[in-house]
Design a binder for this molecule. Structure first.
Ligand code: PBG
Length: 334
């Protein structure tokens, strides 16, 4: 009788030996929890398409931040929905803007909790685009072109006002060309040379952002984001995007979304040495939640497997709406 020469199963026999040979582990230090803040008082609005995720006003935010800090999560990513919107997104760079106020509040309560500020205009513009637009009519429809270089000035103002409010990390998600260099120069000139830039280097024009646009009220009012966000079909282009961000002074690189782009995470990890962030986006959360609420899947097991996949693909850091849950599961143990 011929026996198998190699017996892979020897190292799989018990939980202890599987633990010993495990190649990838999740820790609470990996996670960043996104948070949506809104003006007003006593508000804790659940996002319909993202059960378990809420918009908080500054007062209700306190309890949420307390839970996040007590779970040992080291960073939150702030998104703000302003009182009113305009064509130039002035709420994004207002000194008393909603993100600036939330940042001050969080830093005063939990100085060690890192505040990552999303630097983009789409939540603050009435047209919902990530920069300034030139609008015109064609065949009776409103159209618009995003004005790259004009938008950079506003994005720099946004980043500087976020840093002034105490943001620890600037995370520009706008996908304008030259955004890292412009924001780096702006931060340096304003005295924030020590504030790192987490560059949304490789951000695809993705249907997986759908639920986020409900949460942040940021759907484009005309057109789409395909002239600035990347075509999901491309991977070599991702390397060009990442390379320009590295040359412009980015401190960390991001790939977004995560699940349908694990190959992109891997090539970016292989070619660049900067810390790499995966953004496990809103639609990825909603898919899991919906199935879990039907009782069709084991949520904890599914989420753990997905987060492990992102790390295995090369991510050092994961932005995820599951951060609190994952931190809790890690604490509970096996
Ligand atoms: C803002 C921004 C978006 C997301 C993060 N920052 C939306 C978009 O580009 O349309 C999406 C995050 C998510 O889906 O969880 N530009």
């Amino acid at each position: 009788m011929a026996f198998p020469i190699v017996r892979h199963r020897r190292l799989r026999q018990t939980a202890s030996i599987r633990g010993l040979v495990r190649e990838t582990v999740l820790t609470v230090d990996d996670f960043i929890q996104p948070i949506f803040v809104v003006p007003g008082n006593g508000i804790k609005n659940e996002i319909t398409s993202m059960p378990g995720v809420y918009q908080f006003s500054l007062d209700t935010l306190e309890q949420e931040i307390k839970e996040i800090a007590e779970l040992g999560i080291s960073a939150v990513l702030l998104f703000g929905i302003p009182e009113s919107k305009d064509s130039v997104g002035s709420g994004a760079y207002a000194e008393d803007g909603i993100v600036q106020q939330a940042t001050r509040k969080i830093k005063s309560l939990y100085p060690d909790l890192l505040v990552v500020a999303d630097t983009c205009l789409c939540e603050f513009t009435d047209h919902g685009h990530c920069g300034m637009v030139h609008t015109y009519e064609r065949d009776g429809h409103v159209c618009g072109d995003v004005l790259n270089d004009e938008s950079l000035e506003l994005l720099v103002r946004t980043a500087v006002s976020q840093a002034e409010a105490g943001a620890d990390i600037i995370a520009p998600s706008n996908m304008m060309d030259g955004y890292v260099a412009a924001i780096r120069a702006g931060l340096d000139e304003a005295g924030f040379s020590q504030v790192p830039i987490m560059a949304y280097s490789v951000k695809y024009a993705s249907a997986f952002y759908g639920p986020f646009r409900e949460a942040a009220d940021s759907a484009p009012q005309f057109g789409d984001r395909k002239t600035y966000q990347m075509d999901p079909a491309n991977v070599r282009e991702a390397l060009r995007e990442a390379e320009s961000d590295v040359l412009e002074g980015a401190d960390m690189l991001m790939v977004k979304p995560a699940l349908a782009f694990l190959d992109v995470l891997r090539v970016v990890r292989d070619q660049f040495d900067l810390p790499l962030v995966a953004y496990n986006v809103s639609g990825e959360y909603s898919l899991v939640k919906a199935a879990a609420m039907q009782g069709w899947i084991n949520e904890r097991a599914i989420v753990t497997e997905m987060l492990l996949g992102m790390k295995r693909a090369g991510a050092d850091i994961i932005i995820t709406y599951f951060a609190k849950d994952a931190a809790r599961w890690l604490r509970e143990g096996k």
